[in-house]
Design a protein around this ligand. Structure first.
Ligand SMILES: Cc1cc2nc3c(=O)[nH]c(=O)nc-3n(C[C@H](O)[C@H](O)[C@H](O)COP(=O)(O)OP(=O)(O)OC[C@H]3O[C@@H](n4cnc5c(N)ncnc54)[C@H](O)[C@@H]3O)c2cc1C
Length: 462
């Protein structure tokens, strides 16, 4: 039995069904997919992704590559990402690292020696990073050498790494925009690693979207489960583990929910789960527009993802505020313009979020729109309709988004491996036959399905 149908729950369900197990998947919401759901959030016919939209992790993930799902098409924008700056041309991230480096002036070689080198490590290196606790069978030695080199830089705070590796405002800002996806204070260890990994994925596999919306990926996984004889039910929230009668239970939930569901957790494990930390939340906005965003630098129009927030210093300040429990007057904003890759979404839609303190009730609409206006004057005139979700709305939409945390828990150095507890197999709980598979297990947040794959693999062990 699998509880929850985010990417991890769905991958767990399909992996178990492929191994010949009879699977029942129970989902609390009215639709499958968790944070992969899409829907008409603004105007009829406009398709918006509620949560995950950029599918670099899904495309690079061994869990998804092994499934070869039918009907899922990854579509690429002309550029994976862009980072506008005040009074100068935007920094553009091309699939080709050499073209990207060429836009970074004095930092061209440094870009190739850092993000470029991680990309040259290829998919085996990414696979190793997505499976930090193994199994590593079949991975070439070069992946381990690449990981050792990557690790030395990755462990650093993004601010330290960017200042050491780069001299230009452009390269430093670019790295900060990438690293801020971690939702960490950029002065904390390992934030550089998230930035480098994401930058290298832009070069290695691109930052695509799913044609028609991320829901298509979730629906394909459900269809695959059913084709294998599995059952999947929506509208069924599991409140207590004792409701479930099955030899194997895989839970796509985070520690706080497991604590509420389980009656008989050993006291030591319970205490360890209680110590698990959630990170800042997000304030998410979606717009229906009557045309493309009028970027001051027209090259930004080709980018799927746009990082707003200016220089390294400005982005670091914004992220430090969120981590310290304050809202930033000029937040770092992550924007996705789906129409750059996928016109099949009923018109021009825009997707964005900024980081806020966990559980914050602040309405960040004006601050986010001001950041877009800063680089795209006239943006507000294009808005036909908007839809906002703060932490409370996000958590009501998907109980795993605790306080608006989209990564299933803080992605700090300690919680990278101790996720949610320190163990060579943290997917296993002390309850016989009960496994955790959510983003609160390694390798953490992202639509990669690896937690589901790992939990199913353990559950299938004799
Ligand atoms: C706004 C936002 C933007 C994001 N952007 C990206 C992106 O662009 N790219 C990317 O790779 N990742 C992105 N992410 C992160 C990514 O979506 C998550 O890390 C990923 O979905 C986690 O998958 P999961 O299976 O662990 O949990 P979820 O996707 O959160 O799914 C959990 C599911 O379990 C169900 N559930 C929970 N409790 C119960 C219960 N008691 N009974 C029954 N069902 C239950 C929930 O209803 C939900 O459907 C984003 C997330 C959000 C919210």
């Amino acid at each position: 039995m699998v509880v929850g149908s985010g990417p991890n729950g769905l991958v767990a369900a399909v992996t178990l069904a492929r191994a010949g197990r009879r699977v029942l998947l129970l989902e609390a919401a009215g639709r499958f997919g968790g944070a992969l759901r899409s829907g008409e959030l603004t105007l009829p016919g406009r398709v918006h992704d509620f949560g995950a939209t950029v599918m670099a992790m899904a495309l690079a993930s061994p869990a998804f590559r092994g499934l070869e799902l039918k009907g899922v098409e990854f579509v690429h924008p002309p550029l994976p990402a862009a980072h506008p700056l005040d009074g100068r041309p935007a920094v553009l991230v091309h699939r080709d690292p050499v073209r990207t480096a060429a836009g970074l002036g004095r930092d061209a070689r440094a870009w190739l020696a850092t993000a470029g080198a991680t990309a040259r490590g290829g998919l085996p290196l990414v696979e190793l990073l997505l499976k930090p606790l193994g199994p590593w069978g079949g991975l070439p030695l070069s992946a381990f050498a690449g990981a050792a080199r990557f690790g030395a830089a990755a462990l650093l705070p993004a601010t330290t790494f960017a200042r050491r590796a780069f001299r230009t405002t452009e390269a430093r800002a670019l790295l900060a925009g990438m690293a801020a996806h971690s939702v960490l204070d950029l002065r904390s260890p390992v934030s550089a690693g998230y930035g480098l990994l994401l930058a290298s994925l832009a070069h290695l596999v691109g930052w695509p979207l799913v044609r028609g919306g991320s829901q298509v990926l979730a629906d394909a996984l459900v269809a695959e489960l059913r084709a294998l004889g599995g059952e999947a039910v929506t509208g069924h929230r599991v409140r207590r583990l004792s409701e479930l009668r099955a030899p194997v239970v895989v839970l796509d939930v985070t520690p706080r929910q497991l604590l509420a569901m389980a009656d008989h957790l050993p006291a030591a494990y319970r205490r360890r789960l209680e110590r698990y930390r959630y990170g800042p939340g997000v304030f998410k906005l979606d717009w229906a527009l009557d045309g493309p965003v009028p970027w001051r630098d027209p090259a930004v129009a080709g980018a799927g993802t746009v990082h707003l927030g200016g220089t390294l210093e400005e982005i670091a300040l914004s992220e430090a505020e969120a981590a310290a429990g304050r809202v930033s007057p000029r937040p770092y904003v992550l924007v996705v313009q789906p129409y750059a890759a996928d016109p099949a979404r009923g018109g021009h839609t825009l997707w964005a979020y900024c980081h806020v303190p966990n559980g914050s009730r602040a309405d960040r609409t004006a601050a986010v729109e001001a950041q877009i206006e800063r680089y795209a004057p006239g943006f507000r005139d294009r808005v036909l309709a908007r839809h906002a979700m703060g932490p409370a709305e996000l958590e009501a939409f998907d109980a795993n988004l605790v306080g608006g945390d989209i990564s299933g828990g803080l992605s700090s150095l300690t919680q990278f491996l101790r996720r949610p507890v320190w163990s060579p197999a943290p997917w296993r709980t002390p309850l016989p036959g009960v496994f955790l598979c959510s983003a609160a297990t390694p390798p953490g947040g992202g639509a990669h399905g690896m937690g589901g794959w790992q939990a199913a693999r353990l559950a299938l062990r004799p």
